[in-house]
Design a protein around this ligand. Structure first.
Ligand SMILES: *Cc1c(COP(=O)(O)O)cnc(C)c1O
Length: 431
């Protein structure tokens, strides 16, 4: 028997994480299923940002670098993020963007490969990886004389030949929500002598991650998705301690220097993760990011990432079940794996026609998801040959009743055919 609205309300009433929703400003009448693209604003953020602007900047001015902890903030926030991704204190820094951090760690990985194993000249990744990851890798390969090899998920193991320097994967696929087994993939890369680089853009704050346990080499991740850090929030970078002191920062700025305030003309990298900083960091954005990360740390008192994961799977299971039950006969398919071990915190539906317009019609009804275009060059349907209706389920603030309404609104949009209206078929610059 599929759940009804009353059942969903009962689940919300019993949910030990329910009170965490109060940490967020959720716009009236909105069911926000796009926290995988831009997380909801924490209630603490406006006052914190206003204080950084008015008092720290306005009054304390330059003294804030010491007095208000500005200089240490990237590492302070990094240490908080470390708790969410199974990393040791002092191994993560919140800085720059995901794209830039990926450039830094890939460059470091290629440098290690060139030094230790000069015969290895390939980076392997997934064809359906997020484009910026592939573009950065492609650019570095061109610059450094490497080759980027793109494969389907099922062909990764076979692609790990003895000339592979780096396996670079995104843990949870942005388009399908499919999740890799981090331990197994890392072990497979290491077994063939390759280094393992993970992108945690759709994992950090969404699913439990154990970078140290998996023994990965490098990781990057995003601050504005499940970490709720605000638009363009700084990203983060992690390096396994075995590598941190063997890295020549390709963007060798003064914030990565061992003694930046000696202003020496030569670059001497700081020990550890500090060297992954480049230049002066955006303090207002870092303060907002800290508010976002604190919403996840607040869950530690209620079971932490394990509890969030249980709820996330219950939410995505429910959505899949309700869509199957209430929307059948409307050509809706499922791109997200049913197997829990292979699922992130999002559900991606497919439809041969009208996916974009259906998402627009849902947004007009207050159910905010997003659309991702299919890539006809991709072979298997699972990895993205079809257009996608994408729904992210952030267990910090999404409830079971929200899921019920979202599925019901989708049913109404499909049954009424209202998505065919011209207004819903107009493409915007950002989808
Ligand atoms: C969101 C996302 C990014 C974003 O990179 P930016 O530098 O913040 O634009 C990168 N990689 C993946 C896998 C993502 O999902």
């Amino acid at each position: 028997m599929t759940m009804n609205l009353q059942d969903c309300r009962a689940l919300d009433a019993q949910d030990p994480l329910r009170s965490l929703r109060d940490l967020f400003h959720i716009p009236e009448g909105t069911i926000y299923l796009d926290g995988n693209s831009l997380g909801v604003m924490p209630r603490s953020a406006p006052a914190r940002v206003a204080d950084v602007v008015a008092r720290e900047w306005g009054t304390d001015l330059i003294q804030s670098w010491n007095k208000n902890g500005w200089f240490a903030l990237p590492k302070k926030v990094g240490d908080k993020i470390a708790r969410l991704i199974g990393a040791e204190p002092g191994t993560v820094v919140a800085t720059d963007s995901t794209s830039i951090n990926l450039y830094k760690v890939l460059s470091a990985a290629l440098h290690l490969a060139e030094t230790d194993q000069p015969g290895r000249k390939r980076i392997v990744s997934e064809r359906s990886n997020f484009p910026t990851d592939l573009y950065i890798a492609e650019a570095l390969c061109r610059e450094r004389g490497f080759e980027l090899v793109l494969v389907e998920p099922d062909d990764i193991a076979a692609a790990l030949t003895s000339d592979v320097a780096v396996l670079m994967l995104t843990h949870v696929n942005y388009r399908t929500g499919a999740m890799h087994d981090m331990h197994a993939m890392t072990a497979a890369a290491h077994a063939t002598g390759a280094l393992m680089v993970w992108d945690l853009a759709h994992s950090a704050g969404a699913v439990p991650v154990d970078l140290s346990g998996a023994g990965a080499d490098y990781a990057v991740g995003c601050g504005y998705k499940y970490l709720n850090g605000g638009p363009g929030a700084p990203a983060f970078v992690w390096v396994h301690p075995r590598h941190t002191d063997r890295f020549w920062q390709p963007l060798a700025g003064w914030w990565g220097h061992a003694t930046p305030f000696e202003f020496t003309p030569d670059y001497r990298p700081a020990p550890g993760i500090t060297r992954y900083q480049c230049g002066t960091q955006p303090m207002i954005s870092l303060a907002a990011l800290e508010c976002g990360v604190d919403t996840l740390l607040a869950a530690e008192a209620h079971g932490g990432m394990a509890a969030l994961r249980r709820k996330s799977l219950a939410l995505t299971d429910l959505f899949i079940e309700l869509v199957d039950d209430r929307c059948h006969g409307h050509g809706i398919g499922l791109a997200t794996p049913l197997d829990h071990a292979q699922r992130g915190s999002q559900v991606c539906l497919t439809r041969d026609e009208g996916a974009y317009a259906i998402v627009q019609a849902l947004i007009a009804r207050g159910v905010v998801g997003d659309f991702r275009a299919g890539d006809p060059s991709t072979g298997s349907g699972r990895t993205g040959s079809k257009d996608i209706l994408r729904f992210g389920f952030t267990p910090l603030y999404i409830g079971f009743e929200d899921v019920w309404h979202a599925a019901d609104q989708l049913r109404q949009v499909l049954e009424s055919g209202e998505w065919k209206r011209a207004e819903f078929n107009q493409k915007h610059a950002v989808t």
